[in-house]
Design a protein around this ligand. Sequence first.
Ligand code: SF4
Length: 263
Amino acid sequence: MNKQVFGTKEWASSNVNIQSGCPNDCRYCYAKSMAIRHKRKTRDNWKESEINADKVNKGFAKRKGTIMFPTTHDITMDNLLECITVLRSMLKAGNRVLVVTKPEQECILGRGCKLEEFRDQILFRFTIGAADDSVLRFWEPGAPSFSTRLAALEVARNSYGFATSVSCEPMLDNRIEDVIEAVLPDVSDAVWIGLPNMLNQRIAINCGDDETKERAKELMAGFTDERIKELYAKYADHPKIKWKESIKKIVGLDMPDQVGLDI
Ligand code: SF4
């Protein structure tokens, strides 16, 4: 029987993280909700990052399958040095790494990072859930603007020749076509589309205020089965558009049965 896989397992077979907390403070954040549930962080201090030096200095062996980095924080100017140390350590061991971030060009693509020498082992995945900055500012208050992320994508692909992909999961408004059309010219791999997962549960833990509840209700109300099927029909034959499990369920596609996707 095929084993169904979800979330990050749809993308990679293992994860690496070096920090607790994240300054982006996204309202829908799964890592934040888990940290609060397990009393490692609070609603208020999640945005204060604590780097784990042991994880930064840990050596890496070659792992089977692709490593996703990071999954429970972002790569920002505050932790760039430590993130680059860990990335280079993984890459030097011969690993293939899926680097997931809400990017700024000066950060992960800065000249000091020198990741180009590992170009063939890296796939960038830039998260962009809406093209409207007012939407991004609400849901991801500490994260870069749409134009900043778009510029980073362009530089990663065209100036450095990296393999590039985009995650539109979670979609943060009902105009995801704006993101898809803007990013496609600079995407060499894929654009992943996905709904917000367990949004009500996560915002109840992470935020708890009425405005977020109201915005979440409006957002989810727009994602009717009819609308998702229309979106799917628009891009079903596009070779670079891929669908997360939340969409596959609605349109009746087979679920994935494989972990450790090659990049
Ligand atoms: S960037 Fe990722 S880890 Fe950081 S708050 Fe947002 S969802 Fe959470």
